[in-house]
Structure formats: C-alpha cells, structure tokens
Design a protein around this ligand. Structure first.
Ligand code: ACO
Length: 398
C-alpha cells in the first residue's frame, strides 16, 4: 500500500505515536527482526551464519546491494573501498586538530562526517547512480580512518595514515595502535573478532539512528549530512552510547558481592540496568549470544576482563528475577560488547565510535533503498496542545 492508497483508506485519520512504538515509517527489504523469537536476518541470511562465514565488507555489500557478491564483484568492492581510505589533509590537520584537547571522539566523528560533505560537494547529485556509489564507498572507507584519527588526537598521539596493504579491520587496528615503522601487525584473532562485531552492528532496521538517516535523506540532503545526523542519534546513551554506560555501571558495582543490592536498586527505579532491554527484542538479543562466544575468543588472547564476572552474575540474577522476566528484559548487543572492546585496549569513549564504523553500511543501505523508493519528504504531524488565540501584550504592560 503506498501513501496515496493509505490516504484513500484512512482519509484524515491521524495516529498519535510520539516514540513510533506502533508505527511502520517505511517498507524495507534490508533487515528482518522477529523480536518475540530473537531472530535477526540481513537480506534473509541469519545473523549467526553471516557472523560465522562472512566478513564485514561482504556483509556491507549484501546490505547495500541486496545479494552476496560474486568473486569479481567482491574484488572490485574491496578494491574501491581500499582506494578511498585516505582523508583530506585539511580534515585532519585543520578540522580535527582544532577540537579542544579533551573532546569526546564520538562528538568529533559526528562533526567530521558532516564536514566531509563540503569536501565532496557533488555528493548533492543524488539522482546519479554512479555518484551515489562513489559516496557510499567513500563513507564506508573513511570511517575507520576518521575514527582512529579522533582517538589519536584525544590521546595526543600522531596520526597514522592508512596502510592499504592490510584488510579493513587490520588497517583500522594499525591506525589505532601503530607506534613504530614499518607496520603494525594486528593479532589475527583480535582482528577477526572485531570483524565479527562489525557484522553484528552493521544494520538493525529502523532504530533511532537509521530512522534519522532516512528522515534527513528524505529532504534530499547529501549522504554525509544525513549520516552525521544518524551518528548524532547513535551517540545517545539510550542507543549506541549504552555500551560505554555498561562499563561505567560495572565499575561502579565493583564486585559480584554488590550485584544483588544493585539489582534491587534497579527494581526500585533508582536507575536502569544498562545493556538490558530492547524496543523490539522481547527475547534474548541474538547478537548478544554471538558476542558472548566472541568474548571467549578475545579473552583467550588478552586475558579475561575482570569485569566479566560481575556481568555474568548480573545476567544470572536478572534472568531469574520476576521484574526482568515479566518485562521481557534480556541482555542486548551492548551488554558484552564493551567488555570485549575494553579487553582489546579501546578506551570507553571509543565504544560508540566502534559501533558507528560498521553501522555506516546499514545507514547507506537504507539511503540507497530510500532513493530508489522515491519517497516524499518525511513530515510527521503533531497534536497541538498549546494556548488558544490571544492578543499580543506590549512589553511594558506585562
Ligand atoms: N533496566 C530496568 N528496567 C528497564 C530497563 C532496564 N534496562 N529497560 C526497560 N525497563 C523497564 C521500564 O522501566 C519499563 O518498566 P515499567 O513498565 O514498570 O514502567 C519497562 O521495562 C518497559 O520499558 P520501556 O522503557 O517502555 O522500553 P523501551 O522500549 O521504551 O526502551 C530501551 C528500550 C531504551 C533500550 C530500554 O530498555 C533501556 O533504556 N535500556 C538500557 C539502555 C540500553 O541498553 N540501550 C541499548 C539498546 S540496544 C541499541 O541501541 C544498540
């Protein structure tokens, strides 16, 4: 049913649904979630199979183009992305280095994505399919470079240029951690684990960030400006900022002896159990299940994160508790991802940035789909609840 048919069916009926809890704002063929049964599929492929057998760049291709690539298509895709990993020197030297020394890397990233639109002004030509492809490749390719640049600046270390002899994830780790020539050799297990996390985070249908991407893009804004808005939405602690909040919460709990009293506080409404609950999943988040396995692989290399025992105890207590059971609150993707990032050496401020890198492919898949749907500008209505008509009172008479 398209919008004109809805109009015929419903006339001028409006629905009041401020947080869109019951509103489908689009049709989409990208990602399917069955929240009751804990199922997540990208273009029909179960997330478990993709996490086991695929790679992030292959999944990015699948999300954007709808099918898994052939060998030739994949080689061209990887080549194109690798070719675009560098960022303009002014983005780094003048723009990023102009931030205050303690700027949050996610705030820097949001601004840098927006700034890229001024470096590629032809990105506005959104009707040209070749041009859309070029901007898509650029955005996916430049995310790790921007992310690492934000980190290096925030810790006062010199910028590391991309090493295009490395794969996507290893290249990112090199830009993050390299301290000496000739090259940084990432641990294979860690690079692979990060790649798996990138697959799990690549898309999740119409979450707050992706809905923002589609909302902004519906005004025919360029993809950089739209993606900057999506990244800004992701920055919030109720969304992509939750994994950072999980680590802060686990640190505050401090010991497994304090878990029960902390959970009582949550039940009394003192605070939320971060990393638990989801708007769509009313069952175990399938990504959280895969992440638990990935955590084992990472901890085998890095040693166990001391906060893991507290997290496991929290999960055990919460899953047995009627408060959480009756509300169908289960661990979500963010509950364990922060523990892995921390064990790999990433500072907590980088966690949401690590989420944004792969989510870019999901945002762009939705952007492409939106452009092809030729949808009208998104424009919700409101219920006006303010004052009725009244006459202006002069300043001196108020
Ligand atoms: N801890 C304790 N209670 C919770 C939690 C939680 N984490 N989440 C929901 N609840 C309670 C609510 O207080 C509410 O209780 P009530 O019925 O007694 O009022 C009930 O469960 C329903 O919760 P809602 O707020 O209606 O759920 P909503 O769908 O609006 O919120 C959200 C989903 C934002 C994810 C929420 O569960 C939350 O804040 N979780 C913690 C933050 C978090 O982990 N976010 C990451 C989400 S995943 C992602 O963005 C990648």
């Amino acid at each position: 049913v398209d919008s004109s048919q809805w109009k015929k069916l419903l006339g001028n009926t409006w629905f009041y649904d401020p947080a869109y809890t019951q509103t489908a704002a689009t049709s989409s063929a990208i990602t399917e979630i069955d929240g009751e049964n804990g199922i997540l599929r990208y273009r029909g492929y179960p997330i478990e199979e993709l996490a086991e057998k695929s790679s992030y760049l292959e999944v990015a291709y699948l999300l954007i183009f709808g099918e898994l690539p052939t060998e030739d298509q994949f080689a061209e895709w990887v080549h194109d992305i690798t070719y675009h990993t560098f960022i303009h020197e002014n983005v780094r030297k003048r723009f990023l280095e102009g931030f205050h020394h303690d700027a949050h890397p996610m705030g820097m990233l949001v601004s840098a994505i927006a700034a890229l639109s001024t470096f590629y002004p032809n990105a506005k030509e959104i009707d040209d399919e070749d041009n859309r492809y070029r901007q898509t490749v650029r955005l996916i390719a430049k995310m790790p470079t921007l992310a690492a640049a934000c980190h290096r600046f925030s810790v006062g270390q010199p910028f590391v240029y991309p090493d295009n002899s490395l794969g996507f994830t290893a290249n990112f780790l090199s830009m993050m951690w390299k301290i000496a020539e000739p090259r940084y050799d990432a641990n294979y297990a860690l690079a692979h684990a990060l790649d798996t996390l990138f697959i799990l985070h690549a898309d999740h249908e119409l979450n707050c960030g992706t809905a923002t991407m589609r909302m902004i893009a519906s005004s025919n804004s360029d993809p950089y400006s739209s993606a900057a808005g999506a990244a800004a939405a992701l920055y919030g602690p109720r969304h992509g900022g939750a994994n950072e909040a999980v680590i802060r919460m686990l640190n505050r709990i401090g010991s497994i002896d304090n878990v029960n009293s902390f959970v009582e506080g949550v039940k009394n409404g003192d605070e939320k159990l971060m990393g638990f609950g989801h708007r769509v999943y009313k069952n175990y988040d399938p990504r959280a299940r895969i992440i638990k396995q990935t955590a084992d692989e990472v901890f085998a290399v890095t040693g166990k994160n001391p906060l893991l025992d507290i997290a496991l105890k929290l999960e055990e207590v919460a899953l047995e508790d009627d408060y959480f059971k009756s509300r169908k609150l289960y661990p979500n993707v963010d509950f364990y991802s922060g523990l892995i990032y921390q064990a790999m050496g990433f500072p907590t401020e980088m966690f949401t940035v690590l989420f944004a890198i792969p989510r870019m492919s999901g945002w762009l898949a939705h952007w492409k789909e939106l452009m092809e749907q030729d949808q009208k500008i998104a424009r919700p209505r409101q219920l006006y609840v303010g004052a009725g008509e009244r006459s202006f009172v002069e300043l001196g008479d108020r």
